[in-house]
Design a protein around this ligand. Sequence first.
Ligand code: GTB
Length: 217
Amino acid sequence: MTITITAFEQSPDRGRGLARDMRVRWALEEVGQSYDVRLVSFKTMKEPAHLALHPFGQIPTYEEGDLALFESGAIVFHIAERRSGLLPHDANARARAITWMFAALNTMEPPIVDREVAKYLEGDEIWYEQRMSAVEGRIRKRLNELSGRLGDADWLDGEFSAGDLLMVTVLRRLAGSGILNEYPNLTAYIARGEARPAYQRAFGAQLAVFTAASAGG
Ligand code: GTB
């Protein structure tokens, strides 16, 4: 059955793989599942056809036969549940990997997104510096805790899992902030994720969209 996902026609990240279609692409590549991509503009995302797939008018979405999904975490979970390679078979190890998926999205990602909101939308506010400092403090608290738990391990809990996939994509959103330099083991962890052939294929595919859009004017 053909799988179709949606991605930005022109990603504001300029092909750096920071938009959330990247985690879905990576998951599909990890399990060896081919997929099509429908590119959407910001305008298209708010139109009825796309809103029928995604109530909040965003990317990514996932279509497979008569199944339509939104929310990158739910999509990655769906892929991981139905194909092997992203969740362990042992029931307890599987539950722990799923726990890390939630930790990436519910514990790590919110303060990181807060930082982007502050940076891009609140830069002119008189309280900007104070807010940014508070947000970065909350990010460092979580990074300290995550770094302590990861220690010298390659992955968060044994073999690479969908938990690592989501965690790496979430941490990558801090690229360019300088904050990650304070955590050598997390920097190495991200680099291990980025070195995976499946990641490379996914990254290349989304970069090709940006390159083609740039060439087209
Ligand atoms: N909770 C949803 C999920 O996990 O799928 C959130 C989806 C979401 O935020 N989608 C964003 C979107 O469609 C794209 S990924 N935004 C358009 C809109 O809301 O109108 C967020 C994103 C966008 C851009 C960058 N960047 O340029 O670096 C990084 C991340």
